[in-house]
Design a protein around this ligand. Structure first.
Ligand SMILES: C[S@@+](CC[C@H](N)C(=O)[O-])C[C@H]1O[C@@H](n2cnc3c(N)ncnc32)[C@H](O)[C@@H]1O
Length: 254
């Protein structure tokens, strides 16, 4: 576990996570369409508080949601759909999790870059159905005219130094010989309206901007800088965000 991945164990990060934007519904339509085997069981790795697992559970036979952060799993159980009968939670590193396959789909929403790939793939591949796919999903707001101002705050306060915006986790996994990529897709944008205060707070759900990594003064400086950057674009204290998601899928190899 890297030092930054450990921040997901913090209660404040799990609390702030509810302010991240939802995945567009199209993500779940596409995930469902990628299941071609029976049983329609899904393994969600690095499930967090279930942003993928909770909406997917009623659409399939079962979802096993695995995450090594107890606070994230506890938050997920309390969130809408967190107690669905098709959904099981397990607090464990994926590398050593108890798996109850076979799984016809494996989902990884903003999580696989945190994991030790060889150990993770060695653990999951024996539990897959013959045509099961691994889907890596990323999402977030696009076309933000306020972004330069927000970037200043991120660059000043982020604990993640030397961030490479061109890094592609899917490419890196392919280069290791661990994924036969068979498709990619980008969803149509959805509109998501969010209070400025909640937009600011969701940054503290990221591993590199967690509140517990900052002094109260530093967190206040971050919040003020972001708020000032976005305020001119808000109407009655609410921002309109355009959210898109990207999916990449293929057959994982051990
Ligand atoms: C950015 S969050 C994504 C959560 C969720 N999939 C989503 O899309 O919102 C990344 C999650 O991966 C979990 N994680 C990181 N490394 C892990 C590992 N080796 N085993 C299990 N969970 C892990 C973290 O605890 C965190 O909850």
């Amino acid at each position: 576990m890297t030092e930054l991945a450990a921040t997901f164990q913090q209660e404040a990060v799990a609390e702030a996570y509810q302010h991240r934007p939802p995945y567009p519904d199209e993500v779940f339509d596409r995930l469902e369409a990628l299941i071609t085997d029976e049983p329609r069981r899904v393994l969600d790795i690095g499930a967090g508080e279930g942003a993928i697992a909770r909406p997917l559970a009623p659409r399939v036979e079962h979802v096993d949601a695995i995450d090594f952060s107890q606070p994230m799993v506890d938050a997920g159980k309390q969130r809408p759909g967190g107690d669905h009968p098709n959904l099981s939670w397990q607090v464990s590193p994926i590398e050593t999790a108890d798996l109850d396959g076979p799984y016809a789909l494996v989902t990884a929403g903003a999580s696989v870059h945190w994991m030790p790939w060889e150990e993770t793939f060695a653990r999951i591949v024996p539990h897959l159905t013959p045509n099961a796919q691994l889907v890596v999903i990323e999402h977030g707001p696009v076309d933000m005219p306020w972004w330069d101002g927000v970037m200043q705050a991120i660059e000043r306060h982020s604990r993640k130094k030397n961030h490479d915006p061109k890094f592609s986790v899917v490419e890196a996994i392919r280069e290791r010989g661990l994924l036969d990529l068979s498709g990619t897709a980008r969803t149509a944008p959805i509109t998501y309206r969010q209070k400025v205060a909640d937009y600011v707070e969701q940054f503290h759900s990221t591993s590199s901007l967690a509140r517990d990594l900052m002094t109260p003064e530093e967190a206040a400086d971050f919040d003020t800088t972001v708020e000032e950057a976005v305020r001119p674009y808000a109407k009655d204290g609410v921002l309109e965000l355009k959210i898109e998601a990207e999916l990449s899928w293929g057959r994982p190899r051990a």
